[in-house]
Unconditional design. Structure first.
Length: 276
């Protein structure tokens, strides 16, 4: 059973991540934990006893707020929660708190909304960006305007390095959903390797999974992200899957390249990011 940590800050934008987690649970067996990270400031004039009493009462209110917030989303989707939990956790740093809880409790996926346009932290939001760059638990970043719909196709953008290892993870995610997989590789003009054979040798190891592939030559007028966006517009996948080497900052370099201001992925497709 897939364990999902669905995070929210109670904003309207954060509803998208919850909607996606609920959709995922409607297509396969999932256990969802709805998570809110909070921090209560202690007034300097209060003694410890007074603050402790106040903190206890506030945590009860916050937990109730979380449950009501999620319940309203379930009601709007005309569905009922099953196998769900509600967790609030105090921390001054939200992203670190999410990562620690997800890691300590062995979650399979962190689900979080993303919003905005422009540079990286505006495209994804600061917490989302930090999760993608630091979390060892895979992160599903959902556009703020996401509407629930059946997950039936996965576009896996690959550099073909460690392809078999990565494909195992993509298949493990997509197969229980009954989703097709399209492997995308963007070729550079200097790329002389036999990419087609490399891909076909790996795909044949999954005879019972619907996997196709697409090799696209990069248009050098545009950056890598813009080339990727063109494929997304043509294929309209339910989810885009990428693997990032967090140590090398690949993700940040990719999304902060020169033409990223024109990049609209933030408004088009949920993004699942695995650590390489």
């Amino acid at each position: 059973m897939l364990k999902i940590l669905a995070t929210t800050d109670f904003s309207v934008n954060s509803k998208a991540g919850i909607r996606f987690a609920i959709q995922l649970a409607s297509q396969q067996a999932c256990e969802i934990t709805f998570f809110h990270s909070y921090h209560i400031m202690k007034p300097s004039i209060w003694d410890a006893k007074r603050f402790t009493s106040y903190e206890k009462s506030e945590t009860v209110k916050i937990k109730n707020k979380l449950e009501k917030f999620v319940a309203a989303i379930y009601k709007a989707l005309d569905t009922k929660p099953e196998k769900v939990h509600y967790v609030i956790s105090s921390s001054f740093v939200t992203d670190s708190n999410i990562i620690k809880y997800a890691t300590d409790h062995q979650f399979d996926l962190i689900c979080i909304s993303r919003r905005g346009e422009g540079k990286l932290k505006k495209i994804f939001g600061t917490n989302t960006t930090n999760l993608i760059q630091r979390s060892t638990v895979p992160v599903m970043a959902i556009p703020h305007n996401y509407k629930s719909m059946k997950i039936n196709s996965v576009l896996y953008a690959s550099d073909l390095a460690n392809l078999k290892h990565e494909m195992d993870k993509v298949v493990a995610f997509a197969k229980p959903l009954g989703a097709t997989i399209e492997l995308l590789h963007l070729n550079y003009p200097s790329d002389t390797s036999d990419n087609m054979k490399t891909i076909e040798d790996v795909i044949k190891d999954y005879p019972k999974t619907n996997i196709t592939y697409r090799l696209e030559n990069i248009d050098l007028i545009y950056n890598l992200v813009s080339n990727l966006e063109q494929v997304i517009k043509k294929t309209k996948p339910s989810i885009l899957v990428m693997f990032t080497d967090q140590d090398l900052g690949f993700f940040e370099k990719l999304f902060l390249s020169s033409s990223t201001a024109d990049f609209s992925l933030s408004a088009s497709v949920p993004l699942l990011v695995f650590k390489k």
